[in-house]
Design a binder for this molecule. Structure first.
Ligand SMILES: Nc1ncnc2c1ncn2[C@@H]1O[C@H](COP(=O)(O)OP(=O)(O)OP(=O)(O)O)[C@@H](O)[C@H]1O
Length: 230
């Protein structure tokens, strides 16, 4: 599904990613764990084309997308829910959902999204900014899924949201992974959430992956700390 080889990127002349390598199969969930400032967000933004690749290659579904624009990558099937969700605050819930499917023709995905996330049904006309943090996260996820991605990149989806919504999101993503073969790259601090969803976990330090661990190993604090470089 995605193959990343020797990926380098950064901000201006400041290099941040130093040779990232990984591959993923359809329906696989990969967790990424690392301390603040290690390059997790930079990696996701490089994969979606918001930050330019300076060296290396990104192949998605057998196609070289290393220098493709963000919208081309979105059309190819890479979805992104950034940290802080980035929903349109002044647009209503239904308008936000429409924005998610705008680049995709054919039948609307909104009824399907409301089936996946019934909590949005009673909020359709409400402006995005009138939603709670958890509701906004669900909206951001539904908006991303409305573009029918094959792979979604999630940056700290549980940040600042209540446990019941975290569980609801984990359950739905677990279901979509199986039913749609949805691939997920999950940057997350919530160990329980990663453990629930991820098939494997990559540890990032200073812009490169330094280890791969199994989700079960996440409960072994000593192993995790050692890999994180504590
Ligand atoms: N727009 C920017 N311009 C310059 N440097 C940046 C920019 N954004 C991030 N950085 C730097 O790049 C490095 C990696 O940041 P990044 O946000 O990718 O880390 P992270 O692992 O996602 O951390 P966090 O958990 O804090 O979000 C940090 O040193 C950060 O200061």
């Amino acid at each position: 599904m995605i193959e990343v080889k020797n990926l380098h990127s950064g901000y201006g002349r400041i290099p941040i990613l130093h040779g990232i390598n990984f591959t993923m199969k359809p329906g696989e969930v990969v967790g990424i764990l690392g301390h603040n400032g290690m390059g997790k967000t930079t990696l996701l933004r490089t994969l979606v084309g918001q930050i330019k690749t300076t060296q290396g290659r990104i192949e998605f579904d057998g196609r070289d997308v290393t220098f493709a624009s963000s919208s081309e990558r979105a059309r190819a099937g890479i979805g992104y829910v950034p940290q802080g969700r980035d929903i349109f605050p002044l647009l209503s819930v239904v308008e936000n959902l429409k924005m998610g499917e705008i680049m995709r023709g054919g039948e609307s995905a909104i009824p399907e999204m409301l089936g996946h996330f019934p909590v949005l049904k009673d909020l359709l006309e409400r402006p995005g900014r009138g939603l709670s943090g958890g509701q906004q996260q669900i909206l951001a996820l539904a908006r991303c899924l409305a573009g029918r991605p094959k792979l979604i990149l999630l940056d700290e989806p549980t940040e600042g949201i209540q446990p019941s919504i975290v569980d609801l999101i984990a359950e739905k993503l677990g279901e979509l992974k199986v039913t749609l073969g949805l691939g997920i790259i999950l940057v997350e601090q919530d160990i329980r959430f990663i453990r629930q969803l991820a098939d494997r976990v990559l540890i990032i330090q200073k812009g490169a992956f330094v280890a791969e661990i199994s989700p079960d190993q996440l409960y072994d604090r000593e192993t995790v700390d050692a890999h994180l470089g504590i």
